[in-house]
Ligand binder design. Structure first.
Ligand SMILES: *Cc1c(COP(=O)(O)O)cnc(C)c1O
Length: 419
């Protein structure tokens, strides 16, 4: 009945929902038009489908459809948000008109080039910031606490008269920690600084609304929410305040000139449906995932000692569980769990075998980071699978620890080596 291997790595990507695939299919074949073709019905049909999808994506976050820019995914969206604001501000520094680049009632010329982000952000944000640093911008990387949280007061203190952008993710992709986005948005707005949030993991799991939360730019990716790979969006606020962005790509001037290139019509149609399903089913699905996740977490903690939860105990995505297993090597653990697809504490940079920068930023030791597993539950996981995964993890950890003299010594020493 139950099929192996079991997929429990839904932070990395998700399967396409059958309803999404069905909606996409005609746009590969009979409805193949270019949405930019203005002269015939093939183009109009494609443009109409894109229009509908734009409404569906916008609606998930309470935005207006014309504030959605379709991209190739969240990596591009994060790059466009950060480099786009930085570049637009630089242009204004040079231009004679000196339009204020933010709400702050002082001209941008006096405000400079400072970006605030945090140490546990996704690589797409961190590396975009690093690039801007190389090009003369200043970047503050705020610390996170042991749960992965950014303190909004740290954000406030980091703002200077030269700050142009704050970029803090809504939910972390490794430990699931939910940032106090509304508070950070309020701080940003009070100081007239643009606020970008990478909401890839949060979208469809927890409510995110650009108005209530004072969000000016927001990144999404379809393949993290049961849509296709290679399509995403950047929300770009158009009023109160209007965000000025420089494009990354030059060309046909699609997407209000912010993202040239023929639109990925089937992908965008699928993305739209994925957003509609996410909005409709978010509450029920999040409750179901939370129950399954808690079942896995409680089972592991009941049966294993010397393990530690990474991420916030309550302010966390309902589908995330990240656990360090003391006295066990993460790679050996993964090998032992070959019928289960999960990630280690080195997941996001698995090309290089480095401990996760997220766990490091949270103060987790390198050793424990290496022995961490990230479980990402998803729409298609069942209770039966959760119970199987729990049993396999318990069995594998116990077996590996039997081979570990350090574990035996630690136990004999009455837990003298706390995890
Ligand atoms: C997956 C992910 C990205 C990158 O998204 P792509 O669409 O794969 O480029 C960015 N940010 C977060 C938080 C992610 O989880």
């Amino acid at each position: 009945m139950m099929k192996l291997p079991i997929y429990m790595d839904n932070h990395a990507t998700t399967p396409v929902d059958a309803r999404v695939l069905e909606a996409m299919a005609p746009y590969f074949t009979e409805k193949f038009g270019n949405a930019a073709s203005r002269n015939h019905s093939f183009g109009w049909e494609a443009a109409e489908a894109v229009k509908k999808a734009r409404r569906e994506v916008a609606s998930l976050m309470g935005a207006a459809p014309d504030e959605i820019i379709f991209t190739s995914g969240a990596t591009e969206s994060d790059n466009l948000a950060i480099k786009g604001v930085a570049e637009a501000c630089r242009e204004q520094t040079k231009s004679s008109e000196a339009v204020p680049c933010s709400l702050f009632p002082v001209p941008y010329l006096d405000r400079g080039n400072h970006i605030i982000t945090a140490a546990a952000e996704h690589r797409a944000v961190l590396d975009s910031c690093k690039r801007m640093e190389q090009q003369g911008h200043e970047v503050t990387y705020l610390p996170v606490d042991r749960y992965g949280l950014v303190d909004p007061e740290d954000v406030r203190r980091a703002i200077t008269s030269r700050t142009i952008l704050i970029s803090i993710m809504a939910a972390n992709n490794e430990v699931g920690t939910l940032q106090p986005i509304a508070e950070i948005g309020r701080v940003a707005r009070e100081h007239g600084v643009f606020f970008h949030t990478d909401a890839v993991q949060a979208a469809g799991k927890v409510p995110i609304y650009v108005e209530q939360m004072n969000i000016d730019l927001l990144s999404l990716s379809a393949h993290k929410m049961y849509g296709p790979k290679g399509v995403g969006a950047l929300y770009v606020r158009r009023k109160n305040p209007e965000v000025r962005l420089a494009p990354l790509l030059d060309g046909g001037g699609h997407e209000r000139g912010l993202r040239s290139g023929t639109l990925n019509v089937p992908g965008i149609v699928g993305f739209g449906v994925a957003c509609r399903i996410a909005a409709d089913e978010m509450q029920a699905e999040s409750e179901r995932l939370r129950r399954l996740r808690d079942r896995l977490q409680d089972g592991l903690f009941a049966e294993l000692d010397e393990i530690r939860l990474n991420g916030h105990p309550t302010e966390r995505l309902p589908n995330n569980l990240n656990v360090s297993f003391g006295y066990v090597d993460g790679e050996a653990l993964l090998v032992g769990l070959s019928d289960i697809a999960v990630s280690t504490g080195a997941a996001c940079t698995s090309a290089k075998l480095e401990p996760s920068h997220v766990l490091q930023a949270m103060g987790v030791s390198e050793e424990l980071a290496q022995s961490s597993l990230r479980f990402g539950l998803g729409r298609f996981n069942t209770e039966e699978e959760v119970d199987y995964v729990k049993a396999r993890v318990v069995e594998t950890v116990r077996r590996l620890r039997e081979l570990s003299p350090i574990y035996e010594t630690a136990r004999a020493g009455a837990r003298s080596a706390p995890v």
